[in-house]
Design a protein around this ligand. Structure first.
Ligand SMILES: Cc1cc2nc3c(=O)[nH]c(=O)nc-3n(C[C@H](O)[C@H](O)[C@H](O)COP(=O)(O)OP(=O)(O)OC[C@H]3O[C@@H](n4cnc5c(N)ncnc54)[C@H](O)[C@@H]3O)c2cc1C
Length: 349
């Protein structure tokens, strides 16, 4: 059987691109198990992340609009995200947030301390307090599964392999243009030098004093310059730690090390771990996503650095416009931007 597109991978990228293509009338097969079985998706904190530079911040708002179009209840408002970053960077983020109707304001350290109790969050004065959004991941995935089924997307709940003839699922070959949306596994399916895999961890702490917060004491969330980033998101009890090395090893020591560092710096007074979830995240060498055509009949769609729920649907829409209308892709997303020889890349069987 021949489809217009065979999408490999059923995380948020694969589900949203399947949905958008089917809405435009394409005949789509989705290879992957479209439930909340992805360890990456099920570990996600689901914060709509937008403390990032243009154009990513716009992609987060496009994604938000897409989720609201699907179903209002996918998005919940959280009243307390805290950021501290370099002033110029933050002013452009805050201006953009205000333009989009998000409540965001600069606050004093005293205000932040009062709000957050005895947690010493920030060393500098560029503190921004934002009313942000949390994505209800389970509801989102369930809604997308229902929608793609209504649009007659053929779901092959199996693992697939890319071959020269198409995607092999068991003994069947599913033919069509292929879209690789396999998250961290994309690197196994197509050869591109531009994907790296690292580990994201979520820690559930029994520490009621940690409010929703982001600690970002590095050059940027999305530039793992020092390979020593500390990123903390919490909803009162949850802390997320991203460290790029040793992506696939189930080793909790890094999380504990980061928690200890946070304790020694006075960020948290004590902690008791309820659980640690560890999952691979996909990133690119230059911290940008990969969206577009690798060669005739082979496309790729990855988010980057663990913000897939915030931007993957916007990237999917970009890919669909590229396919459907021939729209240009921004250079930041071009999957060939880093590959020195522009020879076609053959898929690995
Ligand atoms: C701890 C943690 C916290 C996070 N917090 C946030 C957050 O607050 N906000 C945010 O926006 N993002 C967050 N993220 C990131 C977000 O979860 C990911 O970026 C997003 O889930 C990636 O989606 P994806 O569809 O690209 O990949 P995935 O969700 O990894 O989906 C890829 C799918 O492809 C399948 N697959 C792979 N190979 C094949 C094959 N050969 N055949 C069939 N199927 C295949 C896999 O099983 C998987 O289901 C977090 C991630 C982690 C780990």
């Amino acid at each position: 059987m021949r489809y217009d597109f065979v999408v490999v991978g059923s995380g948020i990228a694969g589900l949203s691109v399947s949905h958008m293509l089917a809405e435009r009338g394409y005949k789509v097969a989705l290879v992957g198990i479209p439930e909340l079985t992805s360890i990456v998706a099920s570990s996600s904190s689901g914060i709509l992340t937008y403390h990032m530079p243009e154009p990513f911040i716009s992609w987060a708002f496009e994604t938000l609009k897409y989720y609201l179009r699907l179903e209002d209840s996918i998005i919940e408002v959280v009243d307390s995200l805290w950021f501290s970053r370099e002033f110029m960077f933050m002013s452009s983020v805050v201006n953009k947030l205000l333009e989009e109707g998000v409540k965001a304001k600069y606050v004093s350290i005293d205000y932040a301390r009062e709000f957050l109790g005895n947690i010493k969050l920030f060393d500098d004065e560029n503190i921004v307090h934002i009313e942000g959004y949390r994505i209800n991941i389970k509801r989102l995935i369930d809604t997308l599964i229902t929608k793609i089924r209504e649009l007659n997307v053929e779901v092959k709940s199996r693992w697939g392999n890319i071959t020269m003839e198409g995607v092999r699922v068991g003994n069947d070959i599913i033919r069509g243009d292929i879209i690789v949306a396999a998250g961290p596994w994309s690197i196994d399916l197509v050869e591109t030098q531009n994907i790296i895999v690292y580990r994201c961890q979520a820690v559930r702490l029994e520490e009621p004093r940690i409010n929703v917060m982001v600690i970002d004491d590095t050059i940027g969330y999305y530039v793992n310059k020092a390979y020593d980033n500390t990123i903390a998101l919490g909803d009162g009890i949850k802390l997320v730690v991203n460290r790029p090395e040793e992506a696939l090893k189930p080793d909790d020591s890094i999380t504990i090390e980061v928690l200890e560092r946070a304790r020694k710096r006075g960020l948290i007074s004590k902690y008791k771990i309820a659980y640690i979830a560890s999952a691979p995240c996909v990133g690119t060498g230059d911290s940008y996503p990969l969206v577009g055509r690798l060669r005739e009949g082979l496309y790729i769609l990855t988010a980057f650095d663990g913000v897939g729920f915030s931007i993957a649907p916007a990237l999917a829409s970009m890919l669909v416009d590229y396919i459907d209308k021939g729209s240009k892709l921004p250079l930041e997303a071009d999957p060939l931007r880093k590959i020195s020889s522009r020879e076609p890349i053959e898929p690995i069987d």
